[in-house]
Design a binder for this molecule. Sequence first.
Ligand SMILES: NC(=O)c1ccc[n+]([C@@H]2O[C@H](COP(=O)([O-])OP(=O)(O)OC[C@H]3O[C@@H](n4cnc5c(N)ncnc54)[C@H](OP(=O)(O)O)[C@@H]3O)[C@@H](O)[C@H]2O)c1
Length: 232
Amino acid sequence: MNILVTGTRSGVGKALAEHLVEQGHQVVGCSRRPSTVDHPGYRHHEVDLTDAKALRAMFREVRREFGHLDALVNNAGTSSMNHFMMTPEKTVRDIFDINFFAVLNSCREAAKLLQKSPGPSSAILNVSTVAVPWALDGQLAYSASKSAVEQLTRVMSKELAGFGIRVNGIGLPPVRTVLTRTLPAGMVESLVDRQAIKRMCTMADLFGPVDFLISEQSGFVTGETLFLGGVH
Ligand SMILES: NC(=O)c1ccc[n+]([C@@H]2O[C@H](COP(=O)([O-])OP(=O)(O)OC[C@H]3O[C@@H](n4cnc5c(N)ncnc54)[C@H](OP(=O)(O)O)[C@@H]3O)[C@@H](O)[C@H]2O)c1
């Protein structure tokens, strides 16, 4: 499959890109800074996804090189922890720019290439977080932006079904990355303790659910966000 994963320089995106190329897929990744994934099946684009023009140029390049996409994984994102009273509007807008608007724009551009997939269906997978169902205090901007992504997943699943494109999400509990390194001491442990499965989510825990949601194994699944770790 031809798979585009956003935010592949570090963390979840890098682990997914490395996993997917090892499975034999052709993976296109992107981030603002240079690639850290070194594999013949991997192409990297240095792009700021909040720049809509640069984002469109990347998709044009993907179309020229590959002709079509079979899956898009919207992983790039950022978070910020603060009481909403102490969060400047600019910070909130910046979070929405990458966590929501870049996802919306990527879906719009990718849909043109996903509908050309030769398979019975193609897939969009959006990364969300337990901060949404748990409505975590101190994470208003982050969780609101990801709530918007979960709603996008539901609505878009209907609007793209006629084009053979399924749209799902994966909801992550804490995973050790740069993003969680900035959380206050003890917070990760207390979140893990709220999960039904009381251990830290590893990158390996993501691979099965991601493989399922982007492949034909989930050919009759759309509009769902699958949460890991037992968070409900
Ligand atoms: N880690 C967790 O515990 C956790 C839990 C729940 C959900 N999530 C979600 O999982 C996803 C990945 O998080 P992570 O923990 O792996 O974070 P991370 O290590 O900070 O990785 C984020 C990636 O996105 C890229 N990126 C950020 N802003 C970008 C932009 N404007 N344009 C292009 N690329 C950009 C970064 O590369 P550059 O800096 O080079 O641009 C990096 O490769 C996010 O959507 C996050 O909300 C994570």
